[in-house]
Design a protein around this ligand. Structure first.
Ligand code: ZN
Length: 460
């Protein structure tokens, strides 16, 4: 009897431990997609570490691990501890770093001297400035710009108190979000997410929005900005489709990346338990609205959103007392935040342009290597950063920011359009420099550096 009793106790204990561990990740059917993604991540890790990859189809490119493709040549060789941690996907959530997340002694900020931490804090005092240098802030926070900035904004908007958020859970959630961005991506990494979140904050402060948005709207806007490119592989949707990537199959070739960012964000929200204390209807509503915001960043649907925006502005029927209209404005604000690089001061805008071009060309190099058609804008031999930027500004950014300026006719909107025009002139100047023989360069074009001309931007 004694042995039976002890055995029953052991079985009960194992069941209890298993149920506790599962409690962190919801296993209900609607969460299967997020779980499926994690499981595939696990397969990739095992494959990299020498296990047989699980077969999921017949196409050879199905097994491309973009994280490995994007690693720099000098980083080849044995896996460093950091890389293993980065690659650990499913295991990471269940075992290792769960213990460390949010534990103050692990915070890299602690190894920085007080001066650096002080400077980062000092920068946060001007977090609403359109000239905010996110690259500098990222260096000062030792690569933790997304965690530091988003946590600060949650606190500043009073969201922690209003939604009774557990600060340890919030920090843990933000660390998970930051970790799930690929630091190897030149552009779609956590610094871009931090930049979009900072821009979103600038828009949320605009008079029309600040007087009508609810705390719920602000919470969603910031969450969507921070997670909108989560786990971005550094290649675009057409690439995923033509290589029969599992994500393209999973989301039926429609807003593949955006659906993945959304479902990944939902997975992390559920895992962190950040809103576990809210009624289930509110949590489901939050997940659904988060999806609708993130899906709006699909650039291939830009014209639909723009047409809708124009119709509202022409009719003058936007009523921000209406929750649906407020949500639409949040979608437009997130779209603007996502592609606001050309509207930043030249010194920031130029860096973003170079980074995105590097990512495009890297995709082109992979396509060449695997004898695939090189995607538009991705050929380093025929495309240039100048041409890519001028086209993007003319056909994508300008039409959007012109309409945003009609909706929110403020100094910020004017400043953004001002920088957009100046930056475009700068790229045109560079293009002309390259095509001219050299001695007939118009000196006036040298003057188009937008650092010289912004009006009223210092105060923003
Ligand atoms: Zn983005």
């Amino acid at each position: 009897m004694g042995i039976v009793l002890i055995w029953s106790l052991i079985v009960a204990l194992i069941r209890w431990i298993t149920s506790k561990r599962r409690g962190a990740i919801s296993y209900d059917s609607s969460d299967q997609t997020a779980l499926y993604i994690r499981m595939l991540g696990d397969v990739r890790v095992r494959s990299r570490l020498g296990f047989e990859p699980e077969r999921r189809g017949s196409h050879p490119y199905l097994y491309i691990d973009f994280r490995i493709l994007h690693s720099r040549p000098e980083s080849a060789g044995p896996l460093s501890a950091r890389k293993v941690r980065r690659l650990l996907s499913f295991q990471r959530y269940l075992h290792s770093s769960r213990f460390f997340r949010g534990a103050p002694p692990q915070n890299p900020l602690y190894i920085l001297d007080d001066d650096y931490t002080g400077q980062a804090k000092c920068m946060l005092e001007k977090v609403g400035s359109w000239n905010f240098d996110i690259f500098l802030f990222d260096r000062l926070t030792n690569g933790n710009s997304l965690v530091s900035l988003t946590f600060h904004l949650f606190n500043q908007y009073g969201l922690i108190d209003l939604f009774q958020l557990d600060m340890v859970k919030l920090r843990r959630f933000l660390v998970m979000v930051q970790e799930d961005y690929h630091s190897q991506n030149p552009y779609h990494n956590a610094v871009h997410a931090a930049d979009v979140t900072q821009a979103m904050h600038c828009y949320l402060k605009e008079p029309k929005l600040s007087k009508s948005l609810t705390s719920w709207d602000i919470l969603l806007g910031l969450l969507a900005a921070a997670t909108h490119d989560l786990d971005h592989p550094g290649v675009n949707q057409p690439f995923l489709i033509k290589t029969n990537h599992y994500l393209a199959a999973l989301y039926k070739n429609t807003s593949v990346l955006e659906n993945h960012h959304w479902r990944s964000a939902v997975g992390l929200l559920r895992e962190s338990g950040l809103f576990a204390h809210l009624p289930v209807e509110d949590r489901l509503k939050m997940e659904s609205q988060l999806g609708s915001l993130i899906l709006a960043t699909d650039i291939s649907r830009q014209n639909d959103y723009l047409a809708q925006f124009r119709t509202h502005l022409d009719k003058g029927d936007l009523c921000l007392g209406n929750a649906g209209h407020r949500h639409f404005i949040l979608q437009m604000a997130l779209k603007c935040a996502d592609i606001c690089n050309p509207c930043r001061p030249w010194r920031l805008s130029k860096q973003w342009s170079e980074k995105v071009t590097e990512e495009f060309f890297h995709q082109g190099d992979i396509e060449k290597k695997y004898k695939l058609d090189v995607s538009p804008l991705c050929d380093s031999q025929t495309d240039t950063v100048e041409n890519i930027q001028i086209g993007f500004m003319t056909y994508v950014a300008e039409p959007l920011f012109v309409e945003w300026g009609r909706f929110s006719d403020t100094r910020l909107s004017q400043t953004m359009l001002g920088y957009l025009g100046l930056n475009k002139a700068s790229w045109r100047g560079k293009l002309q420099e390259q095509t001219s023989s050299g001695d007939d360069t118009d000196p006036a074009l040298e003057e188009t550096d937008s650092e010289v001309l912004p009006q009223g931007s210092k105060e923003l």
